[in-house]
Design a protein around this ligand. Structure first.
Ligand code: GDP
Ligand code: MG
Length: 168
């Protein structure tokens, strides 16, 4: 069986753990605890007549864990860079996360930009147009999701898997 490693990066609190939890368990915990260090969860999916094991690497955004990043960025096929649509700073910081990846991997990694918390319509500060613009500049795929409602979570993981398959 093919095994794909995907790493999730982004500022603390943007919803990385919640997105992974939504995908794997189909649940949402409004009081989710912050992740300590690096953790991974796996799920087997069936796609285009193939069975694939996804290994999802969750990370903490805190400064003190950044030393852990290189080893698993190096081992991932794809990186999902997450921000929170209600938090412009987390959107600006996509450039920091991108830089971190490039220092370790050069251009040799597939990247997705994902704006999470799309359910928070009233509090939204980052438009989908700004996301589209940033993604197109770099030639990356992009999504908006909600771990809370499940909006676009399955399509995101499907697209992520297909992109790795296509790249092999
Ligand atoms: P992480 O630090 O990136 O792993 O973020 P968490 O998954 O721990 O989420 C941080 C907080 O945001 C938690 O209180 C979550 O319940 C909340 N959260 C995560 N995703 C969403 C979402 O899509 N919508 C809303 N409304 N809240 C979310
Ligand atoms: Mg977390």
């Amino acid at each position: 069986m093919n095994k794909y490693k995907i790493c999730f990066l982004g500022d603390e609190g943007v919803g990385k753990t919640s997105m992974i939890t939504r995908f794997i368990y189909e649940t949402f915990d409004p009081d989710s605890q912050s992740t300590v260090g690096v953790d991974f969860l796996s799920k087997t999916i069936h796609i285009e007549n193939k069975t694939i094991r996804l290994q999802l690497w969750d990370t903490a955004g805190q400064e003190r864990f950044r030393c852990l990043l290189p080893s698993y960025i190096r081992n991932s096929s794809l990186a999902v860079l997450v921000y929170d649509v209600t938090n412009p700073e987390s959107f600006e910081n996509l450039d920091f996360w991108l830089q971190t990846i490039k220092e370790i991997r050069g251009e040799d990694v597939i990247i997705f930009f994902v704006g999470n918390k799309a359910d928070m319509v009233e509090e939204r500060k980052v438009s989908i147009e700004s996301l589209e613009k940033k993604a197109q500049e770099k030639g990356f795929l992009f999504f908006e999701t909600s771990a809370k409602t499940g909006q676009n979570i399955k399509p995101l993981f499907r697209k992520v898997t297909l992109s790795i398959m296509k790249n092999e």
